[in-house]
Design a binder for this molecule. Sequence first.
Ligand SMILES: NC(=O)c1ccc[n+]([C@@H]2O[C@H](COP(=O)([O-])OP(=O)(O)OC[C@H]3O[C@@H](n4cnc5c(N)ncnc54)[C@H](O)[C@@H]3O)[C@@H](O)[C@H]2O)c1
Length: 369
Amino acid sequence: MTFAVKIKDGKVLKGAVIGYGFISGKGHIPSYLDRARKSGDVKIVAVADICEERRKLAAKALPEAKIYSDYQSLLKAESAVLDFVDISTPPCDHAKIAKAAMDAGLHVLCEKPLTTTLEEARDLLNHAVQSKRVLFPAHNYKHAPVVKTIREIIQSGKIGEVRNVALSTYRNTHAKGVTEWNTNWRRDFKYSGGGIAMDHGSHSFYLTFEWLGAYPTAITAKMTNQEPQKYDTEDNFSTVVTFPTGLANCNLTWTAGVRKVIYAIQGTKGAITVDDDDMQVAIQEKTDGPDVAQGAIRWNVEKTMISSDWMDASHVTWFNALFDQFKTAIETDDYAGKEAKEAYRCVEMITKAYESARNGCKEEKLLGI
Ligand SMILES: NC(=O)c1ccc[n+]([C@@H]2O[C@H](COP(=O)([O-])OP(=O)(O)OC[C@H]3O[C@@H](n4cnc5c(N)ncnc54)[C@H](O)[C@@H]3O)[C@@H](O)[C@H]2O)c1
């Protein structure tokens, strides 16, 4: 089967959004509308949502779009005019929607986690290559301003080789979906495939790849659920990941009473600490003192503030740069490229971490792709 390469001749990329919930309603669609106004290279022409109230809201937000009650009828009616689908449903449906979209000749931008099982993730990557359609995950934390600054500092060599990273993500509740549908789906395994590790693990893990400049080889984890009578997914998760270059420590909690990220990136010459928008960069300076206590090392500390909109869970301001990446992948026929492979690795880490936690924290090997 051959598909027209519509984007290369400068046409507008036409997309359909599957799932008009929190992330698409507050994040993706406002960003598409803004982009359509500014550069005119994208237009959302259709939306599918299984919830009638959400369909009504979608029709208000996008009066020109065609609205469908399921992705199958959308694909059947619209695939001839579409270039891509944006999958913004809960994770349990990502794999089947992505596969059907690629079969209909469409590129796929998919929210994280790519899938809830490793088999599905592998199948999707293979399918992308076979069908010559781009599979691209919404790894949007890479585009947070403070994360971009961390990237620049590491690349400058200022902190040396990164050997240890710690990522703590604090939340004051489990992330909630829109009230019109099933607001607590993240605490229900059949929709989410897991708790906070399945929900947020990808964001922490793909950042560790970048910061440690490598892919991991092993993982161990522990997890707890403070409300087991009510929910069947974990609300606290802690993992140690082994890399050829060092170690990563990732803590995720939905019961912290605060919304915040704290990242620590430690290299051979210095360290970066991020507390939401506040960044401290400490560079080691050798002095003449005989030992640390007597001044053998002095830390030269710089503090800055990089406004990154952490409190806005839709991360609407980070989406445009992610879409640029997706567009480039389409233009360069990068069907299952670096980002898709990293999404696969994230699913491997999440699922192996669950195995480790179920087996008394046993270290699990990561085979990668
Ligand atoms: N990258 C990020 O920063 C970020 C932030 C929030 C959510 N997300 C991801 O976005 C996805 C959706 O999360 P959300 O918070 O928007 O959830 P949500 O519950 O607010 O929205 C989900 C929407 O999908 C609809 N839906 C459910 N199953 C469907 C199906 N099979 N076909 C069509 N519509 C369907 C529901 O009716 C609802 O309107 C998840 O994968 C989540 O992990 C990512």
